[in-house]
Design a protein around this ligand. Structure first.
Ligand SMILES: [Fe+2]
Ligand SMILES: [Fe+2]
Length: 166
């Protein structure tokens, strides 16, 4: 049985994950507008991953006999971006999500809610990957410093992103 406190924290995380999906969808659109279809593909994949994250929390709450409560989504602030600013925003967003997961983990431990503690392990590992993959692209973008040939190559590389094996 989930505590009321834990249930509401997990519901809040559904909103965080759906908002993440929304942010990445906006980034995909912005990338298309800039003329970077590979970036758009990468963000679209990220969007789908975030929907899957929201679904994991959704299913978990219901599995524990809890009540799912869906809240309104905020408007993503993605506008007039450069290739680098898109990925810098993505990284700072992921760092925020990592903090959300850590806070949930702290709560699970405080409440000695072992089931939720174990459920969250997957997300702790996932966030390491999310931050690392975003940082890799930032490093590449800094290396080419807006050089069109470099950007073209990075776009080509991002266009090859496959869905993660779970
Ligand atoms: Fe996520
Ligand atoms: Fe993420």
């Amino acid at each position: 049985m989930l505590s009321q406190n834990m249930q509401s924290a997990l519901n809040k995380q559904i909103n965080e994950e759906l908002f993440s999906a929304y942010v990445y969808l906006a980034m995909a659109a912005e990338s298309e507008n800039i003329g970077l279809p590979g970036f758009a593909h990468w963000f679209k994949m990220q969007y789908q991953e975030e929907l899957a994250h929201a679904d994991r929390f959704f299913t978990y709450i219901l599995d524990r006999n809890g009540k799912v409560e869906l809240d309104a989504l905020a408007k993503p602030s993605v506008d007039e971006e450069t290739p680098l600013s898109l990925f810098e925003k993505a990284l700072s967003h992921e760092q925020h999500i990592t903090q959300c997961i850590f806070k949930l983990k702290d709560l699970a431990r405080q409440e000695t809610d072992h089931a939720t503690d174990v459920f969250l392990e997957w997300f702790v590992r996932e966030q390491i990957e999310e931050e690392a993959s975003t940082q890799t692209v930032i490093d590449q973008l800094r290396l080419v410093e807006g050089n069109p040939n470099g950007l073209y190559l990075i776009d080509r590389e991002l266009s090859g992103r496959q869905p993660d094996a779970e």
